[in-house]
Design a protein around this ligand. Sequence first.
Ligand SMILES: Nc1nc(=O)c2c([nH]1)NC[C@@H]1CN(c3ccc(C(=O)N[C@@H](CCC(=O)O)C(=O)O)cc3)CN21
Ligand SMILES: O=c1ccn([C@H]2C[C@H](O)[C@@H](COP(=O)(O)O)O2)c(=O)[nH]1
Length: 277
Amino acid sequence: MQAYLDLLADIMANGVDKNDRTGTGTRSVFGRQIRYNLADGFPLLTTKKLHFKSIAYELLWFLRGDTNIKYLNDHGVTIWDEWATADGELGPVYGAQWRNWLGPDGTRYDQIEILVEGLKRKPDSRRHVVSAWNVGFLPDETIGPRENAAVGRMALPPCHVLYQFYVANGKLSCMMTQRSADCFLGVPYNQASVALLTHMLAQQCGFEVGELIMSFGDVHVYRNHFSQVELQLSRQPLPPPRLQFGRRPESIFDYRFADFQLLDYQAHPHIAGAVSV
Ligand SMILES: Nc1nc(=O)c2c([nH]1)NC[C@@H]1CN(c3ccc(C(=O)N[C@@H](CCC(=O)O)C(=O)O)cc3)CN21
Ligand SMILES: O=c1ccn([C@H]2C[C@H](O)[C@@H](COP(=O)(O)O)O2)c(=O)[nH]1
């Protein structure tokens, strides 16, 4: 987990203080990459306790192609509430783009199904890509997230924009490109989520897990997270937990929360921080 802590320290030491859309202000750097060997353990932070359930249900929600927070709320997950309409809609965010990308002639593309088939049939391909950046559905910048969702646009443009997979020596690796990254609150969620997805795909396609690479554009610490980051950097990381599956579901779309077994998760106490909307 040292890679994440080094990134936080890099931002604090070398970042530029800037204003941002939310009005909070950030310290940011541009263009960084961190990597984890997934065989060494599951990259769930140990320097603050994380709510793995929120991370797992959010991923299952993406894989359902769902864009309404009702499913999340039904499972006690509230991380998307601030951006949703009164009906719970977020517009065509991740789930819609992953499972239901709208092509120019009206055809719908299931990028996840295409990905799984591609990994099984042509593991050496260099085209194992899933993109959420569908330009025609990006928010209208002159109105807010909820207003955008109400008119069928994305409430927020995707942050984890692009996933690319790579198979070598029977191991599946993933590189995720994130254009904008809230390093204290968002990145811990994002890295665990991509790691979980990579484990699931590896199980489905018969591979071992390889590396997880996170490539960041604007990676920042919000000004109201500085003291939390300092506390986190003062803590010693603990050995990472391991992830196991209780069974092998029929398809990538059939996983349930109970299938994920997180073993030996030890962490320092949770550190609260406000999310900037
Ligand atoms: N400013 C900002 N940061 C983000 O990370 C973020 C957004 N906005 N907007 C969209 C999504 C929502 N995500 C979020 C939102 C909130 C938390 C959060 O408050 N996490 C708390 C615990 C909350 C819980 O699990 O119930 C934490 O301490 O990690 C995390 C990710 C990631 N994204
Ligand atoms: O998965 C996510 C989603 C969002 N974030 C963060 C990154 C930024 O701090 C905000 C989005 O604001 P923009 O002005 O659209 O960049 O949310 C994240 O880290 N991870």
